[in-house]
Design a protein around this ligand. Structure first.
Ligand code: NDP
Length: 247
């Protein structure tokens, strides 16, 4: 069976929990070298230790994606350590749901800074390496909410729609460099995403609904692996998936 995951050097932002952590475990088990990025040092260092003890290749690099120098350091450190970067998964994100009328401008800033600008900083840091290599793969995490509007999710949806738009622009522009681009758009996955909703009523309602339908993060991990595993001349442009029970 074809294996285009084994041996790849894969950087994953938001690897300290949820989708990113599940992807890191799955890809490492399939023989990739995984570079784990997030702010929570203890989480990514524990994951590095666990994966390395199991005989896999992993390295934790503490990174706050709102800081473009830290994101540049993440990609530069990857290339300095492993000689190249094959895949960047721009996965870090947050979703503090609230209606616009609550005017939670700090949360709007956070979503724009992490979900949108963090993705752009990842692209900025990866492109010089990938264009020099004349190979690479940038995977940006959007959402079902990058395809529609949901309640109390206007700013989140705006960032996820924007991630899809910039990913399509990227796809069109990087052809001369043989770089693949993929958008992964998940529906409800059981992660820590709802923990950052500051409105306790909205949080309780959302948790109540999501807990009834959410699927495990290993589905996300398999989707990512599928896109990476296809041959280099196959560009899986978008994967949209959700729980069967999700509207
Ligand atoms: P989690 O809250 O479990 O994970 C979010 C990850 O993002 C954490 O690892 C967190 O790490 C990281 N992160 C947040 N802010 C920053 C930052 N400033 N710098 C670096 N890392 C940061 O949620 P999910 O796993 O669900 O989220 C992953 C992605 O999946 C997000 O983009 C989300 O929008 C998307 N998604 C999730 C869905 C779901 O139902 N779960 C549905 C659709 C999309 P740390 O705090 O350690 O920095």
């Amino acid at each position: 069976m074809m294996d285009n995951v084994k041996g790849k050097v894969i950087v994953i932002t938001g690897a300290s929990s949820g989708n990113g952590e599940a992807a890191a475990r799955h890809l490492a088990e399939r023989g990739a070298t995984v570079v784990l990025a997030a702010r929570r040092k203890n989480r990514i260092e524990a994951l590095e230790k666990e994966l390395v003890s199991a005989g896999h290749q992993a390295k934790a690099v503490v990174t706050d994606v709102v800081d473009k120098e830290q994101v540049k350091n993440l990609l530069d450190t990857t290339v300095a350590t492993f000689g190249r970067v094959d895949v960047l998964i721009n996965n870090a994100g947050l979703m503090p749901l609230a209606p616009l009328e609550q005017v939670k401008t700090n949360e709007w800033d956070q979503m724009i800074d992490v979900n949108l600008k963090g993705t752009l900083y990842g692209i900025a840091a990866a492109l010089p390496h990938m264009s020099r290599q004349k190979s690479g793969h940038i995977i940006n995490v959007s959402s079902v909410y990058g395809h529609k509007l949901g309640p109390d999710a206007t700013v989140y949806c705006a960032t996820k729609h924007a991630v899809r738009t910039l990913s399509e622009g990227l796809r069109q522009e990087v052809k001369p460099y043989n770089i693949r681009t993929t958008i992964i758009s998940p529906g409800a996955v059981a992660t820590e995403l709802l923990e950052h909703i500051s409105d306790k009523e909205i949080q309780a309602q959302t948790k109540d609904f999501v807990s009834q339908i959410a699927i495990p993060a290993d589905s996300f991990a398999r989707m990512v692996a599928f896109a990476i595993n296809e041959p280099e001349n196959v560009d899986v442009n978008e994967i949209l998936f959700r729980p069967t029970a999700q509207p």
